[in-house]
Design a protein around this ligand. Structure first.
Ligand SMILES: NC(=O)c1ccc[n+]([C@@H]2O[C@H](COP(=O)([O-])OP(=O)(O)OC[C@H]3O[C@@H](n4cnc5c(N)ncnc54)[C@H](OP(=O)(O)O)[C@@H]3O)[C@@H](O)[C@H]2O)c1
Length: 381
């Protein structure tokens, strides 16, 4: 994936280039010597003559980022383009239209999020998420075949690798990117120059600002990374050659580590799965007392997440009818797992839709022999 340096310096094309990571990447590439950058996104920027006028914060940030690049001597072309529009892309990215030499490198970051559980995902949502990533990548693949660029980088995610819930569409779109990288490299031999990065969250940046994803990552023993760490990983990958590179920070000591391909490492560090600190205080309770305590505890945990007073929560009424949404579902399951030291299925609130039903389910798990309880698999949808 060598970043070809011709007599004109680096000439790169970044889709999603005005997004949060796109601008980080542009700045990083400029520091590495890129002198001509094309930043493409649907919204583009307002006319330059208005750049000093008041603008909403996101636009202001984009303008200032472009100015900062120009101050470093970089020629920046901002192109307003839906990358799935192949004809328009071909016209707008042609050297004559850009007034630049041909593009020699592509970084594809265009993407949108619409996280839905597989049970609720609709065609419209699937299409919205797949279009910029998969259709967009395919359009770029056709415009910039492997032998016509020095490198082609795709921004994928580690979500599909870890089985993060709610990513039916997003995970599929990113899997397409990973497969496209393999396809391009296969078509062009080892020098295909295409890399797909399976990023964990970039700390506090762009799409990564998401409490649910953070909590799901942590539950799998994975953390976010800083932008600097991401670029170090990029450097490292570049030295290794093109391919698919998941980029994760592992918390190897995390008790709930669920990465099958790291199970050997995990086993060495961990004697036996723990029933969790929270479970100990329930072990000695008589069945009726256990049920009463569970109703109180489960009610308190759920009310806390739903921002309700415990007295406002009806234990026998469906939680969805009381305002529970799909994001709360995920957070609540994790809270209960932590509190009671039990693995709970992703379908928990689907099959046990009330506080009473969840408490009953937990009572059965807590009453079961420890081995059986802790061996229950976590199902991610
Ligand atoms: N942030 C993270 O930690 C993280 C982690 C893993 C992977 N990623 C991947 O990295 C990429 C960038 O993420 P981000 O956090 O920087 O998100 P972001 O700020 O939302 O940037 C995404 C950009 O894509 C552009 N875009 C969307 N649809 C487009 C289309 N049809 N044609 C052209 N541009 C389009 C958007 O601009 P317009 O709306 O103006 O078109 C937006 O600026 C995404 O592909 C994401 O999946 C991010």
């Amino acid at each position: 994936m060598g970043h070809g340096r011709g007599p004109h310096g680096l000439r790169l094309r970044i889709t999603g280039g005005l997004g949060v990571l796109g601008l980080e990447v542009a700045q990083w590439l400029a520091e590495r010597g890129a002198r001509r950058l094309v930043l493409a996104g649907r919204r583009g920027l307002p006319p330059r003559s208005t750049w000093d006028e008041p603008a909403e914060p996101e636009t202001r940030q984009r303008i200032e980022a472009v100015r900062a690049l120009e101050e470093q001597g970089v020629t920046v072309r901002v192109v307003s383009l839906d990358i799935t529009d192949t004809e328009r892309a071909a016209a707008l990215l042609a050297p004559d239209a850009l007034g630049l030499p041909p593009i020699r490198g592509v970084v594809h970051l265009a993407g949108v999020l619409d996280n839905k559980m597989v049970t609720t995902v609709q065609e419209e949502s699937l299409r919205a998420v797949l279009r910029p990533k998969a259709d967009g990548a395919w359009a770029l693949h056709q415009l910039f075949p492997p032998d016509e660029v020095d490198f082609f980088v795709l921004f994928s995610s580690c979500g599909q690798l870890l089985g993060l819930p709610g990513q039916a569409a997003y995970g599929s779109a990113n899997t397409f990117l990973d497969a496209l990288a393999a396809h391009r490299n296969g078509a062009a031999g080892a020098s295909g120059g295409t890399t797909s990065f399976g990023w964990t969250s970039w700390r506090g940046q762009g799409m990564a600002v998401n409490e649910v994803v953070d909590s799901e990552l942590r539950a799998r023993g994975v953390r976010d990374i800083s932008a600097q760490e991401a670029f170090s990983a990029w450097d490292f990958a570049e030295r290794r050659g093109a391919g698919h590179f998941p980029v994760l920070r592992l918390l190897a000591d995390e008790p709930d580590l669920e990465l099958p391909f790291l199970s050997e490492v995990h086993r060495a560090k961990q004697a036996a799965p723990s029933a969790g600190q929270g479970a100990e205080s329930f072990a000695d309770l008589a069945p009726e007392e256990l049920r009463t305590r569970l109703l109180e505890e489960v009610g308190a945990q759920i009310a806390g997440e739903m921002k309700l007073a415990t007295t406002q929560l009806d234990h026998r009424r469906s939680l969805v009818e009381q305002g529970l949404d799909s994001v709360m579902t995920i957070v609540i399951r994790r809270r209960l797992e932590k509190r009671f030291g039990q693995k709970l299925p992703a379908t928990l609130l689907w099959h046990q839709p009330t506080v009473s039903a969840i408490s009953e389910h937990l009572a059965e798990l807590l009453a079961a022999p420890a081995d059986a309880a802790t061996a229950a698999p976590v199902t991610a949808v």
